[in-house]
Design a binder for this molecule. Structure first.
Ligand code: ADP
Ligand code: MG
Length: 249
């Protein structure tokens, strides 16, 4: 499904991602772990087309998506969340999702001026898609509330829903459960299992080790931009190189 070959991203003299090759399987939960600054978010930025790699290739279902702009990558089925999501505080949860969708539709200014059939069709599609995403993440009951009035945990779920409005095949989740309590964390784990049960491929950056260890099918460990290990949770947990990276400092 997602194959990355010798991916490198330089920021000046710093290799934020350094010659990483990895394959993520369809319908699995793939995790990326590593200390702060290891290059995890940059790795996501490369896959989603937000940053262009310095070298290397990214293949999605055999299609070379390297250097494609992020909107095109999104249309090919890559959805994502960000470590921090900017939402419109004084707009409803539903409107936040519709805006996210509208930015990606085909209608031009002309359609807006004449309120064309196409625009009306797209508006309805955006609304339906947003409601579907809200239902999936369990937020139907706050659809009409302002972002400013919902809880931290609900905001995180809105970020999930945003990633789902693009009809992704693979979702990249950047620390989706950061800052939520253990009980809520379990809720997010359940949500990710549900995504996989619905045929999605999940790619997850997370610091919560117990969550990763019980949830992930496969783990890649990054350190200073390099892949230092990969395998099942069991393999990674017992890997001396990983233990050194985390405890060696
Ligand atoms: P992680 O998500 O694993 O904590 P990041 O991918 O955010 O790590 O960052 C990896 C390294 O790349 C860090 O040293 C960070 O400072 C650097 N970096 C990330 N984004 C940029 C950028 N846009 N410009 C310059 N340096 C960056
Ligand atoms: Mg990060």
């Amino acid at each position: 499904m997602l194959k990355v070959e010798h991916l490198t991203k330089m920021f000046g003299g710093l290799a934020a991602v350094n010659d990483v090759s990895v394959e993520f399987e369809t319908g699995k939960i793939n995790a990326i772990i590593g200390p702060n600054g290891a290059g995890k978010s940059t790795f996501f930025n490369l896959i989603s087309g937000l940053h262009q790699p310095t070298s290397g290739h990214i293949l999605l279902d055999g299609v070379d998506v390297t250097n494609m702009p992020c909107d095109k990558v999104a249309r090919l089925g890559v959805g994502r969340t960000f470590q921090t999501t900017n939402l419109f505080e004084q707009a409803s949860v539903l409107d936040n999702l519709i805006v996210g969708h509208r930015l990606r539709t085909e209608s031009g200014l002309w359609d807006v001026l004449i309120n064309s059939k196409r625009l009306q069709r797209e508006e309805k599609a955006a609304r339906d898609k947003a409601m579907e995403a809200l239902d999936f993440v369990g937020l139907t009951h706050v659809a009409g509330q302002f972002i400013a009035d919902i809880t931290q945990e609900e905001r995180k779920r809105v970020a999930f829903a945003l990633a789902l409005t693009t009809d992704p095949k693979i979702v990249l989740l950047d620390e989706p459960a950061a800052g939520v309590n253990p009980e809520e964390t379990e809720g997010f784990a359940a949500l990710m299992r549900k995504m996989v049960d619905n045929g999605l491929t999940v790619c997850l950056i997370e610091h919560k080790m117990d969550m990763i260890m019980s949830l992930a099918d496969k783990i890649m460990v990054l350190d200073h931009g390099e892949k230092i290990a990969e395998g099942t949770p069991e393999e990674v947990r017992n890997n001396p190189v990983v233990i050194e990276a985390y405890l060696g400092g």
